[in-house]
Every structure is written in structure tokens, then in C-alpha cells.
Write a protein that binds this ligand. Structure first.
Ligand SMILES: NC(=O)c1ccc[n+]([C@@H]2O[C@H](COP(=O)([O-])OP(=O)(O)OC[C@H]3O[C@@H](n4cnc5c(N)ncnc54)[C@H](OP(=O)(O)O)[C@@H]3O)[C@@H](O)[C@H]2O)c1
Length: 360
């Protein structure tokens, strides 16, 4: 069996997890999935790209990072200071892209993904920025090049939402999606439902490590907006700009508002939603939209909403995330799971690699 030759860009939290999993599970991955991977290139911001055609040794790479040595200290590697030049030169079949990126900025991932697809490499990515800002274009490029582009970790961090939509629900017409897509915002709202005010709930989330020192991406909604844009591309085949998402964060919610919602038998949740509407604002079926019978637009919103307890999303608490996927046949499918974490993000990339391995 010919191994998949892998280039791994980004060797931080997620990239290292993936490399370690590929190493420690090597025999099992081959036995269970027929997946044999040879890691032939690794790139980081500080070290550029290193490459070795007969395979890099993963424990050596992990040891070099742990001891703060340059990756170029790995034996017998070729080095490119310019990562894009290295990517152009590599003979890898697959790019696993896990570089750090700000949410609504597509670089450096976008250039790496475009270049890899352009030279007919399959791509798996955990970076939200490129998929949020150019998802439809990149999916079309992958299709035109006859390769796969997979991005499970970009929405709900590897809890299988995108593969549920793309493979599990293939053949159904999705007409609406609603979800709780940010664990930090949700854990703050859960704490407020228990009686904290916003500042206390945020401080508690920061102490517990759920919220960053600067929590803006999570509480103002950028993170949920990025994931909503990815869902628009993957589930509806539509490219939306961030400015087309109606957005309201949770920062101005008061304890009184949250408590009052509780008293009315509802729960305030930060809800991301996508639904097809005719131009006069009425809901239309996906079939009608696909057939072009009436002009439609995809409405995208990220906002706090008071949900009745009969709504399953109202009961998603703490760090959990969930997505409810509505089809034309009225069947609704719900995926619930963690929405953050290095294990989940790496696991999503591994599942994507296994899917590519099976198809090649
Ligand atoms: N961590 C999670 O739980 C999680 C969950 C879902 C999705 N994600 C996404 O996954 C991606 C990686 O996350 P992470 O937590 O692993 O980030 P991280 O720990 O900050 O690691 C980022 C890696 O990317 C490298 N990098 C940055 N700019 C680069 C460039 N221009 N060229 C090549 N490499 C570059 C960095 O190099 P240096 O080491 O030299 O700085 C580092 O190795 C991000 O887009 C993140 O949003 C993360």
C-alpha cells in the first residue's frame, strides 16, 4: 500500500497533537482504516519548512519542539525559509493546514490551501479564517482539481457536524440550520442563568481557562460568525461576507434580562442561524431555492435569543455546542458535542485524513 505523503503546516497545539496521534496509533490506523501516512514536510512561522522525502521522525520533531530547538536540527532535512516555495517544491499528496490565524483573516492558511489545491494536493484544515472568507471558492477549486478539501475541525472543533452534512445527510435538502457554536459564550450565559452577572461570569470563565484574556472573538460573536459563514458554504453552497451576518454579541446582556427569561420558562442562548428566505422575507423550501423558481437569499444571524425549554438548543449548557439541521422533509438532525479543545481539533483533522485515505 502506498503511504499518503503528508505535509503538516503549523506545529503548535493542533499540529503536534495530530503528529503524535499519527505516530502512536500508526499500527492501529493501518489495521483499522488502511491508513499509512508518511510525514514528509513540516512548516512553522519561526522555522520555515523542513522536508525529508523518506519521512520525518515524529518523536524527534516533538522532542525538538519540547526542548525549543529548531526543526532544522532534524537529521538530513532540506530547509525552505519561504514556506510557499517549499510547498511548491514538495511531493506531498496531502496538506494538513493548522496554522494560527485570526478569525476573520484568511492568511496564512488561504495562500497555503490555494497553492496546495492548485498543485492537486488534498487538503485538511483546522483554520476557520480561510474557510469562512473563501470557503466556496476553495471547495470549487478542489472539485475542479479532482482533490478533496476537508475542514471538520473548523466548526465545533472536530465534533462531526460537517461530515454529517456532507456525507451523512447527502441526498437531503437542508433548508435551515441553527446552532450554539461558541463554548465560551455559552458557558458565560449558563453561569448568568445560575445568577452571575456578565462580568462575574466572564471572570470565572477566564480563571477556568474557558475564556481568553481578550475574549472579544467569543463574546462579540466573531467566532460564531466565522463558523456560520463556513456552514453557509458547506451546507447551502452560498458565499456570504461577514458583513452579511446580522450580529449581536452577549456583552450587553444583564443578569436581570437572563433571570427574567428564566422566569418566563425560556433560556437566553447565543444562537447562530441560517435560513432560506424569498426576497419578501418568507421562508422557502430548499427545492424551490435550488430550482430558481423564486429569487432567494440566505439569512444569516448570530444573536442572543430567548428559547423556550421545548427547544433542544435551550438545554445546551456550559462548554457544549450543538447544531440543529432542518431538511425539506421536516426531519431535523441534531449534533451535540464539545466545541473546543486540542484533542477535538486534532481528531477532526485525523478523521478528515482517514476519509481522504479511504478515497484514494
Ligand atoms: N487549539 C484548538 O483547540 C483549536 C480548535 C479548532 C480550531 N483550531 C484552529 O487550528 C489552527 C491551529 O491552532 P493551534 O491551537 O494549533 O495554534 P498554535 O498552537 O498557535 O499553533 C500555530 C502554528 O502555526 C504556525 N504558523 C503561524 N503562522 C505561520 C505561517 N505563516 N507559516 C507556517 N506556520 C505558521 C506556528 O508557528 P510557530 O510555532 O513558529 O509560531 C505554530 O506552529 C488555528 O487556525 C486555530 O484557530 C484550534
Amino acid at each position: 500500500m502506498r503511504p499518503l505523503r503528508l505535509a503538516l503546516f503549523g506545529f503548535g497545539t493542533v499540529g503536534q497533537w495530530l503528529a503524535e496521534a499519527l505516530h502512536t496509533r500508526r499500527a492501529w490506523l493501518e489495521q483499522e482504516y488502511g491508513l499509512v501516512v508518511s510525514l514528509i514536510a513540516v512548516a512553522t512561522a519561526h522555522h520555515g519548512m523542513i522536508s525529508r522525502d523518506d519521512g520525518l521522525d515524529i518523536p524527534t520533531l516533538l522532542d525538538l519542539v519540547a526542548t525549543r530547538q529548531p526543526l532544522t536540527a532534524h537529521p538530513a532535512v532540506t530547509h525552505w525559509a519561504d514556506v510557499l516555495e517549499g510547498l511548491q517544491a514538495t511531493s506531498a499528496d496531502v496538506l494538513a493546514e493548522a496554522t494560527g490565524a485570526t478569525l476573520l483573516n484568511a492568511e496564512p492558511g488561504l495562500s497555503y490551501i490555494r497553492t496546495a489545491l492548485g498543485k492537486r494536493m488534498h487538503v485538511v484544515t483546522s483554520s476557520k479564517g480561510p474557510m469562512a472568507l473563501a470557503g466556496l471558492e476553495l471547495l470549487a477549486l478542489a472539485r475542479a482539481q479532482g482533490v478533496q478539501l476537508r475542514m471538520e475541525s473548523t466548526v465545533m472543533s472536530g465534533t462531526p457536524v460537517l461530515s454529517t452534512i456532507r456525507e451523512g445527510m447527502a441526498g437531503t435538502r437542508i433548508c435551515a440550520i441553527r446552532g450554539i457554536l461558541n463554548g465560551t459564550a455559552n458557558s458565560i450565559l449558563s453561569a448568568m442563568a445560575r445568577g452571575s452577572d456578565y462580568a462575574e461570569a466572564l471572570a470565572q470563565a477566564q480563571v477556568l481557562g474557558y475564556a481568553e484574556a481578550d475574549p472579544t472573538d467569543d463574546v462579540a460573536g466573531d467566532d460564531s460568525v466565522a463558523k456560520t459563514l463556513i456552514l453557509a458554504a458547506v451546507a447551502f453552497g452560498r458565499a456570504l461576507a461577514p458583513s452579511q451576518v446580522v450580529r449581536q454579541g452577549i456583552t450587553t446582556l444583564t443578569r436581570e434580562q437572563v433571570q427574567q427569561a428564566n422566569a418566563f420558562g425560556t433560556r437566553i442562548k447565543h444562537v447562530a442561524s441560517l435560513r432560506l428566505l424569498s426576497l419578501d422575507g418568507t421562508e422557502v423550501s430548499r427545492e424551490t431555492a435550488d430550482n430558481g423558481l423564486v429569487p432567494t437569499r440566505l439569512e444569516a444571524r448570530v444573536e442572543p435569543l430567548a428559547l423556550p425549554l421545548s427547544d433542544p438548543l435551550a438545554r445546551i449548557d456550559g462548554l457544549l455546542n450543538a447544531v440543529a439541521i432542518q431538511t425539506d422533509t421536516e426531519a431535523s438532525v441534531m449534533v451535540i458535542g464539545p466545541g473546543a479543545g486540542r484533542f477535538q481539533a486534532g481528531q477532526g483533522m485525523l478523521a478528515d485524513l482517514i476519509a481522504i485515505g479511504k478515497a484514494t
